[in-house]
Design a protein around this ligand. Sequence first.
Ligand code: SF4
Ligand code: SF4
Length: 467
Amino acid sequence: MSSTTKKPKALARRPDLETLYCINEDGSHNTIHPADVKGRFQRIKKITWTLLIAAYMILPWVKVGGNPAILVDLPNRHFFLFGKIFNAADFWLFFFILSGVGLFLFFLSATFGRVWCGYGCPQTVFLEGVYRRVERLIEGGASARDRLAKMPWNGEKIRKRFSKLGIYLVISLILSHTFLSYFIPVDVLQKAVTSSPAAHPAAFTFILLFTAIIFGNFTWFREQLCLIVCPYGRLQSALYDPDTIVVGYDRKRGEPRGRYNQSGEHGDCIDCYRCVAVCPTGIDIRNGTQMECVGCANCIDACDVVMDKVKKPHGLIRYDSENGFEGKKTRILRPRTILYMAIMALWLGAFMYAVFGHSPFDAELVRLRTDSVFTIDNGRIRNQFRLQLTNKLGNATQFEIKALEPETAQFVLSAKSVLLKSLESRNIPIFVFLPEKEYKPGTDVRLLVQSKAGKKMVQGRFLGPRK
Ligand code: SF4
Ligand code: SF4
């Protein structure tokens, strides 16, 4: 064979159902450069992302009634929600909130597929709404980015890559500091940022690690997080049913494919591959619903533009259900979604009650641990308790303690009125004396604790000799 014989050109890899397009045969990352796309869903996404990013950046600064609107103060074991203070005893609320988020995502997936992934997930919001935009600005459109990736390191590549990575680093630092401000009050964080890292090593280490994770994720890992790591994507097949609205291709209308102006009978798909070129996970939606589809609707907008050009109606790729693509009716309200909505309504009611009916203080009457649960002295039975009091208000508050029952008992308190600072706790010893002849099994001790923010009755069992 002549040494000048040319090797046959390798065929460009096309998405298939057997492999992940973002992973090469040798296991390396196949960087995807999705093409730019315009359309109605892009506009909706841009507005949604802008609002979500603004909320993320602004919320740590917002105060309600002088308290942070949202702050999880882990070192001091309390947290703020809508300006209300919760302490360690209220941490169950976190798991309650998590269960509500899970429930909402179940409902969303069963009804509208991966709309969360495409519009609300922080991975999508920051990757597509921030990092990819910076990349486009510096490196250009998809083909320019692809060309830059393949070119050897030269002045242009060094300048563009380092400008991009520099901006990425600054954005990652801003995002990690903002994240930390949900756990450390902003004024404390501001002071920490301007002081030496040695004064706050834990926070500094967290910032370094979290910035590195954000930077690595949005610079390199990208869609692999959705396809390999995120468990939510894997759950989709269990949550979908034939009425779930997903991004899909109308096979009946599109097939058989034929080139534009090709003679003979063929469907509306002109096999232009535009829907594949804009896909951030590199799949071909014409192969059917796939786990890699993050529901971003890029392919819908891209195909609608193509349909405009070939003068065909929009919607060859569209949001529809399996039943809809089959020409049947889609049922949004069905037993499953009604059940999800009913549970969500119950959850919401319980959540509102837990947050807005939240007690402004904790009070609990606890029996003191002593050798004997009661003592008898001069014909009187004595029980010892301690009143545990925690002020959950944002300011110092005066608490009054009033003995209610048994009416004939004598109460000896170390203090009948206490002033507690915000989130301060105090144990108040209480001795209760009851004449032996008036004691009956089942007698309760009752106290009323009141402050300007409300009142609460606490009680404990008074114990005496068997009768
Ligand atoms: S963009 Fe539309 S016409 Fe072009 S290949 Fe995709 S489905 Fe077919
Ligand atoms: S198939 Fe379409 S909706 Fe799904 S990820 Fe790709 S472009 Fe987005």
